[in-house]
Write a protein that binds this ligand. Structure first.
Ligand SMILES: Cc1cc2nc3c(=O)[nH]c(=O)nc-3n(C[C@H](O)[C@H](O)[C@H](O)COP(=O)(O)O)c2cc1C
Length: 171
């Protein structure tokens, strides 16, 4: 089915996990592949292509890049439409962002306190700026923003934070 990626790594008595995400330039896709391979028995669904049925899963992980200070629209509407199903099973939340220094603040802004407090894990993984994967108009805009803020450190992807997030689910 379009948008679904089964990861055939099975471990004894693991729970079936839905990883619901979006990715514009590929960083979040790489992160969810690592999570899926580590946890096993995961179904990864790109929410721009498919709407999964949360009731089919034992637990849920939701991730999105931050763009213009917000979650991707398909991620926020997925959470809104499935809030009860998500929060009545173990769930995790993460973001990818370019403004790594402001990551925690952005995490608080995009996921409300009740949602964050109920999560098994809730984290910012930093991010990457893959300008070559953007439309040319977006490339110009992002490059201008970067040039005007050369004092802000470039984004880096924090794989240690990804591994700590995985550990919280593996326990
Ligand atoms: C058009 C655009 C807007 C962005 N806006 C933000 C932002 O408001 N805050 C932030 O921290 N990072 C921002 N970023 C950085 C992305 O969150 C970061 O590049 C992330 O790794 C992208 O993940 P993806 O490759 O899965 O799409 C922006 C990136 C782009 C291209």
């Amino acid at each position: 089915m379009r948008g679904m990626m089964e990861v055939y790594v099975r471990k004894d008595s693991v729970m079936k996990t839905l990883i619901a995400y979006t990715s514009k330039t590929g960083t979040t896709s790489r992160v969810i592949q690592r999570i899926a391979h580590s946890l096993g028995d995961c179904v990864c669904v790109d929410l721009r292509q498919e709407t999964p049925n949360v009731a089919d899963y034992d637990r849920v992980i939701i991730g999105s890049p931050i763009r213009m200070g917000r979650l991707s629209h398909s991620v926020s509407s997925f959470i809104k439409s499935n809030l009860e199903e998500i929060t009545t099973r173990p769930y995790g939340l993460f973001i990818l962002c370019g403004l790594t220094a402001a990551g925690e603040e952005q995490l608080r802004e995009v996921y409300d306190a009740a949602l964050r407090n109920g999560a098994v894990a809730c984290a910012c993984f930093g991010g990457e700026l893959n300008l070559e994967n953007l439309k040319q108009t977006d490339q110009v805009l992002v490059q201008m923003a970067l040039d005007s803020q050369s004092d802000i450190p470039r984004a880096t992807l924090n794989w240690d934070a990804v591994d700590s997030f995985i550990d919280a689910f593996a326990e």
